[in-house]
Write a protein that binds this ligand. Structure first.
Ligand SMILES: [Fe+2]
Length: 195
């Protein structure tokens, strides 16, 4: 049914106008212009644009296991920390090193750890290097991290394994707890992931 405003049904046109007005708060003369510009061609274009955007977002997140969130390294990292899995008592950290690509465990990953002592200071007593076992699991035993300024208690970690990008992250123990679980999910390097 045609009318004097371009062949649209008055009822359909008013309904669309009201919907857009309700959603946008734009007053009637302006939103009428928008209604008339949504031709079938433009709607098809908008749909294809939306579909391709969603496909791009999906392609940018190709991992079965979400990678562990990177975090600041901070100024107190030192190389060659002693190989050990225990520097104190009071807090047990366990977890699994896994591949983001397929969630499979990664054996032999090198995990460097450093944290504040009970006095809130960083020094060599509170550094360690440990490795994931054959099943990808690791553990680390320490005191509960001491306070450091206004930051929440935390344990710094750097994880390296052949074929994976280095992960620099931090674990935040829950105050009042004696243990925590923190999986370390690594991203394959581009060369390994494309095979
Ligand atoms: Fe720190």
């Amino acid at each position: 049914m045609s009318n004097s405003k371009g062949g649209r049904s008055p009822l359909r046109e008013r309904g669309s106008t009201l919907l857009i007005r309700a959603a946008s708060g734009i007053h009637e003369p302006v939103c009428y212009t928008y209604v008339m510009k949504f031709s079938p061609t433009m709607l098809a274009f908008l749909f294809l644009t939306l579909a391709s955007s969603l496909a791009a977002i999906s392609a940018s997140q190709p991992y079965e296991c979400p990678p562990t969130r990177p975090d600041a390294q901070g100024p107190f990292y030192r190389e060659d920390a002693p190989v050990r899995s225990k520097i104190g008592e009071g807090y047990l950290l366990i977890g699994e090193v896994k591949s983001a690509a397929d969630c499979n465990p990664i054996a032999g990953a090198r995990i460097e750890i450093w944290m504040t002592g009970p006095d809130g200071r960083y020094d060599d007593r509170w550094r360690a290097t440990t490795f994931s076992r054959d099943d990808g699991r690791y553990y680390f035993q320490s005191h509960f991290p001491g306070p450091y300024g206004s930051r929440p208690p935390h344990i710094h970690m750097i994880v390296n394994a052949p074929g994976f990008e280095e992960l620099v992250t931090q674990h935040y123990p829950e105050p009042g707890t004696g243990e925590g679980v923190f999986d370390l999910i690594l991203i394959p390097t581009a060369a390994d992931y494309s095979r």
